[in-house]
Design a binder for this molecule. Structure first.
Ligand SMILES: NC(=O)c1ccc[n+]([C@@H]2O[C@H](COP(=O)([O-])OP(=O)(O)OC[C@H]3O[C@@H](n4cnc5c(N)ncnc54)[C@H](OP(=O)(O)O)[C@@H]3O)[C@@H](O)[C@H]2O)c1
Length: 320
C-alpha cells in the first residue's frame, strides 16, 4: 500500500467512524419521530434473509404482520431461521434456497416465485458479501459480482416483468458506505483475473453500481408506481463483518451497530415511502444524502445506461 492509499483510508475512517457506528445511530435517533412498523397483509421477499441484517428485516416484518419469503443459500441456516421464528411465536415465514452467485439458481427462484404468483409488496435486495479471495463460479463469473449486483438486477427485472412487483410495491437496495470510495466503472464489476482482483475494491464497485442501478429503476419504473430506494446500513456487527473484516471488527466491535440499528433505515423506508429528489442519492439513518462523499467519484465514462447494458449482456450470455 502506498502513502496515497493510506491517506485515503485514514480520511475515510476519520470522516465516517462515529457516523457509521452505533454512536451515530444513537445520536440521530433522539430526533426521530416515533415510527411503529405495520406491514399487515403485505408479502415481503428478503434476499440474504437467513443472517445478519436480512434476518433482522425478516423478523421485524413478521412481527409487524407481514408474511415473508426469506431467500438464502444455506438450507441449514434457513431451517434455523424457521425454528427461531417458531420459538418467537411468529408465523408467516416461507423460505427459498438460492445461491445468488449463480444466474441459473436465481432464475430457478424467479420461476418458483412466478409459479406461486404471490404479489411482492416489499423486495429487500439485501444479499451481499465482501470476499477476500477470488472465487470463480461454475458460470465463470467472480462470485461477489453475482451476489452483490447481477442477481439484484436479474431478480428485480424478472419480478417487475412477471408482474409480482407492481403499483404500490417497494424495493429497498442495501448498499454500503464502501461504495463512496469509487466511481461507477463497469470494467471493475466482474474482475476474474487473479492479478487484478482485490475483494474490497470489487465490493466498493458493486456497491456504487447498486446506487446507480437504483436511480435507473426510479427513472424507469417510478411511473408504474413502484418505489425504489437505496440505503446503506452503517457498520453492524454481523457474521459477514466477522468473516470479511476481522481486524476492523476487533478494533471497532464495542461501537459497531447491532443488527436492529443497521436494518432500521431499510424497514423505515418500506414503512414510510418518503419522497426524494430524482437524482443519485442514498438513504442513511432515515435521511437522504449525497451519493458522492468525494468529488473524484463523480467522474466516470460509464452511465446508468452502460451499467444496465453491461448487466443485461451478462444475463444474455446465460449460465454458460
Ligand atoms: N454489516 C455491515 O456492517 C454492512 C455494512 C455495509 C453494508 N452492508 C450490506 O448489508 C447486506 C447484509 O450484510 P450482512 O452484514 O448482514 O451480511 P451477512 O451477515 O454475511 O449475511 C448475509 C446473508 O446473505 C446470505 N448470502 C450470502 N451469500 C449468498 C449467496 N451467494 N446466495 C444466497 N444467500 C447468500 C447469507 O446466507 P448463507 O450463509 O446461507 O449464504 C446470509 O443470510 C449486504 O449487502 C452488505 O453488503 C453490511
Amino acid at each position: 500500500m502506498n502513502l496515497q492509499q493510506l491517506k485515503k483510508i485514514a480520511a475515510f475512517y476519520g470522516r465516517f467512524t462515529l457516523s457509521f457506528t452505533q454512536v451515530g445511530y444513537l445520536a440521530r435517533r433522539v430526533f426521530w419521530p416515533s415510527f411503529t412498523p405495520s406491514f399487515s397483509g403485505q408479502h415481503w421477499l428478503v434476499t440474504g434473509g437467513s443472517g445478519g441484517l436480512g434476518r433482522e428485516m425478516v423478523m421485524t416484518a413478521l412481527r409487524a404482520g407481514a408474511t415473508v419469503t426469506a431467500a438464502a443459500r444455506s438450507a441449514d441456516k434457513l431451517r434455523a431461521l424457521e425454528a427461531d421464528v417458531k420459538a418467537a411465536g411468529l408465523s408467516g415465514l416461507d423460505t427459498e434456497c438460492c445461491d445468488f452467485t449463480l444466474t441459473a439458481d436465481t432464475q430457478r427462484l424467479v420461476e418458483r416465485l412466478l409459479a406461486k404468483g404471490r404479489r411482492i409488496d416489499a423486495l429487500m435486495n439485501n444479499v451481499g458479501v465482501l470476499n477476500d479471495d477470488l472465487t470463480i463460479t461454475a458460470e465463470g463469473r467472480e462470485a461477489s459480482f453475482g451476489s452483490n449486483i447481477l442477481s439484484h438486477y436479474q431478480l428485480t427485472e424478472a419480478l417487475v416483468a412477471g408482474g409480482l412487483l407492481g403499483r404500490g410495491s417497494v424495493v429497498v437496495n442495501v448498499t454500503s458506505g464502501g461504495g463512496y470510495n469509487v466511481p461507477l466503472m463497469t470494467s471493475m464489476l466482474n474482475v476474474t483475473d487473479p492479478a487484478r482482483y482485490n475483494g474490497t475494491v470489487a465490493y466498493g464497485f458493486h456497491k456504487r453500481g447498486q446506487m446507480v442501478l437504483n436511480q435507473h429503476w426510479r427513472d424507469t419504473y417510478g411511473a408504474r408506481g413502484i418505489d425504489f430506494y437505496v440505503m446503506h446500513p452503517g457498520w453492524s456487527d454481523t457474521a459477514g463483518v466477522k468473516r470479511s473484516l476481522p481486524r476492523f471488527r476487533k478494533i471497532l466491535r464495542p461501537i459497531l451497530r447491532d443488527e436492529r440499528s443497521g436494518a432500521d433505515t431499510a424497514i423505515w423506508l418500506a414503512g414510510t415511502r418518503p419522497k426524494q429528489p430524482e437524482q443519485e442519492l442514498v438513504w442513511f439513518d432515515r435521511k437522504v444524502r449525497s451519493a458522492h462523499a468525494y468529488e473524484r467519484t463523480r467522474t466516470t465514462k460509464d452511465t446508468p445506461a452502460t451499467l444496465v447494458a453491461f448487466l443485461q449482456r451478462e444475463l444474455d450470455k446465460g449460465p454458460r
